[in-house]
Ligand binder design. Structure first.
Ligand SMILES: *[C@@H]1O[C@H](CO)[C@@H](O)[C@H](O)[C@H]1NC(C)=O
Ligand SMILES: *[C@@H]1O[C@H](CO)[C@@H](O)[C@H](O)[C@H]1NC(C)=O
Ligand SMILES: *[C@@H]1O[C@H](CO)[C@@H](O)[C@H](O)[C@H]1NC(C)=O
Ligand SMILES: *[C@@H]1O[C@H](CO)[C@@H](O)[C@H](O)[C@H]1NC(C)=O
Ligand SMILES: *[C@@H]1O[C@H](CO)[C@@H](O)[C@H](O)[C@H]1NC(C)=O
Length: 555
């Protein structure tokens, strides 16, 4: 009798608890992206720049299809950008002065959109924009005077310790499926030399080495992984140190896209660890021997980049499913969102023996997972409580953390031009969603004000408010300094989370924190600061980390 009574009580309390306990939600926006948002970068607290190929998108600028668009995070509306060069499969980042630079792209002119020129040597700028709605702000280009040293389609880039961009690899013109026309070099923007630096690593990692996954380490060196090879590149000494291969014949760069992320860096030592997930275990890259049904790998490989960690090599763990083209994105609390991609097939368009429409990939994964870096091996990945997006996001999709603390998700187009339903399994996808974490539906801590500019290695005190639900002694307080990255081809260039030491005052009204020691730990440039208390994250505060000066230029 007592047992029965108890279980009825448990049921009753459950049915009361369920509706009020907030979970993760996908939220479909009314307005569409107008272009296929295959690249995305947050450029201000309210604005995201999207890029697509110069094709036949519905969103028009000057009476032709726009190559770029500005998404307003406050109103969920879009307006076209006037992109002059084809930004298809480009990379980019924010520079130390807050300017966004998009680099490289597609050499081809789209027959029905000849207004947009070749983009493989392009540099496109979006200057810091103070208007919350982006009024008067547009892409600035001058292909004749401002361009890369080498042609690069499918390059990667990362902001480095002096606030400039290191630009890595890519191909020159056109190749079928994999890299047969490689740009085997590095260069900088602004340039540091008159000629690109040759790279043995890029040679060794052929032919599946497009969009290398690269990270600026806290000592200023650069970690790179392409195909199944990895190195640490010393920009100053111009040397490379070869690290162990990704285990088990798993390859992780385009057209065999896995993804990679630099795990959160924590004081006092900021020991870097890299996580690489997805891709495919394969010996061949001959598209005729590959199919849209070839299983992607569930393998994640993780390495700690100090001497002891390098000696130990890669530690292997597994996602809940295989994923080609997964996205790995930081949450401000240090977890990593694993989203999007497919369970089988490859990146690129209509090249395997049996594409689905034009898609080399199939079996879109609709339910994201969370990776908890601090959990024990084997217990780090879960999709408990995560909903289905209902929308396939395969090749040419993007996702980014926003300053509001949720994720903006758009794009997908494994087609050479705009292809829409009915009966098309993988159409050109214009629908935009956010993925909203549970903390979006409860009272959140607030950062009430923040200096616009923060110097390195300094302590700051700012006013905050903490809801009573979170005001408890011993609460877990995290202060994260983040670069939200440039999302392109299942990789978030320059994405970074540096935890800062700090504490909340006794009265709960102010937060004191210490910025990273120098520009190697956080390359100088824009950053978003979030305050998280017991996994409830504030909206981010947009700051300039460092002087805000332009990166050095070649004399
Ligand atoms: C766009 O086309 C319309 C109709 O052909 C024309 O009236 C208008 O001036 C054009 N606008 C631009 C910016 O070229
Ligand atoms: C990496 O790829 C190369 C070239 O295909 C192969 O010889 C090597 O065995 C692979 N390494 C591992 C650890 O699988
Ligand atoms: C798509 O374009 C590529 C080159 O840009 C070409 O090789 C391929 O045949 C095209 N595929 C389709 C389905 O049109
Ligand atoms: C940071 O500041 C502390 C004193 O507050 C000083 O001891 C330390 O050397 C500084 N570190 C750097 C990298 O400048
Ligand atoms: C930032 O630096 C870049 C590279 O030198 C330059 O092109 C751009 O105009 C600068 N932006 C501002 C706002 O000074």
């Amino acid at each position: 009798m007592i047992r029965a009574a108890l279980s009825i009580f448990a049921l009753v309390s459950l049915s009361f608890a369920a509706p009020s306990a907030p979970g993760w939600r996908f939220d479909l926006k009314k307005e569409t992206s107008g272009i296929v948002a295959l690249e995305a970068i947050v450029v201000s607290p309210t604005l995201v720049v999207f890029f697509d190929r110069a094709s036949d998108d519905p969103l028009q600028v000057n009476n032709h299809s726009a190559g770029g668009a500005l998404w307003n995070l406050e109103t969920s509306t879009v307006r076209p950008l006037n992109v002059l060069t084809n930004s298809f499969c480009a990379s980019g980042a924010l520079l130390s002065n807050g300017t966004m630079a998009s680099v490289g792209g597609d050499p081809n002119i789209f027959p029905t959109n000849p207004e947009i020129g070749a983009g493989n040597q392009a540099i496109r700028l979006f200057q810091p924009c103070d208007s919350p709605t982006g009024d008067g702000c547009d892409i600035i280009e001058n292909p004749a005077t401002l361009h890369l040293l080498e042609k690069r389609w499918y390059p990667s880039s990362v902001r480095i310790f002096d606030g400039s961009l290191l630009i890595v690899g890519g191909m020159h013109e056109d190749t079928p499926f994999y890299n047969t026309d490689p740009a085997l070099s590095f260069e900088f923007f602004p340039p540091k030399e008159d000629t690109p630096r040759p790279s043995e690593f890029l040679k060794r990692s052929l032919p599946a080495n497009l969009f290398p996954r690269i990270f600026a380490l806290p000592d200023g060196k650069i970690f790179m992984v392409a195909n199944n090879q990895s190195i640490i590149y010393d920009i100053e000494a111009q040397t490379e140190r070869i690290l162990p291969d990704i285990p088990n014949n798993v390859r992780v760069t385009n057209p065999i896209d896995g993804s990679a992320i630099l795990l959160p860096l924590s004081p006092p030592d900021f020991v870097p660890e890299v996580l690489v997930c997805g891709g495919t275990q394969t010996d061949t890259i001959d598209p005729l021997l590959l199919t849209s049904q070839t299983p992607a790998t569930s393998q994640c490989s993780r390495i700690r980049l100090d001497e002891e960690g390098i000696a130990k090599g890669w530690e292997v763990e597994h996602m809940l499913e295989g994923r080609i083209m997964p996205e790995l994105v930081h949450l401000p609390n240090g977890q990593v969102l694993i989203a999007n991609g497919g369970r089988t097939g490859f990146a690129a368009i209509a090249s395997v023996s049996d594409p689905i429409g034009n898609s080399n990939a199939d079996h879109a994964v609709l339910v994201p997972s969370l990776y908890t870096p601090t959990a024990p091996l084997g217990q780090r990945i879960s999709n408990a409580g995560l909903p289905s997006s209902g929308i396939a996001r395969v090749y040419h999709s993007s996702i980014t953390l926003t300053p509001q603390g949720n994720f903006l998700i758009a794009g997908s187009n494994p087609n050479n031009h705009t292809v829409v339903g009915p009966g098309v399994k993988f159409p050109s996808e214009f629908r935009v969603q956010t993925l909203d974490p549970p903390f979006m539906f409860v009272e959140r801590p607030k950062i009430l004000s923040m200096p616009k500019k923060l110097a390195f290695n300094k302590s700051f005190t700012v006013p905050i408010s903490v809801p009573s639900s979170l005001a408890r002694p011993g609460a877990n307080v995290q202060i994260s300094l983040m670069d939200l990255g440039f999302s392109s081809h299942a990789f978030h260039s320059s994405a970074r989370l540096v935890f800062m030491n700090g504490k909340i005052s006794q009265d709960g009204k102010s937060l004191t924190f210490t910025t990273p020691p120098n520009g190697r730990v956080y390359p100088p440039g824009p950053a978003t600061i979030f305050l998280t208390i017991d996994d409830v994250t504030s909206e981010g505060a947009w700051v300039m980390m460092g002087s805000g000066n332009s990166p050095p230029t070649l004399e």
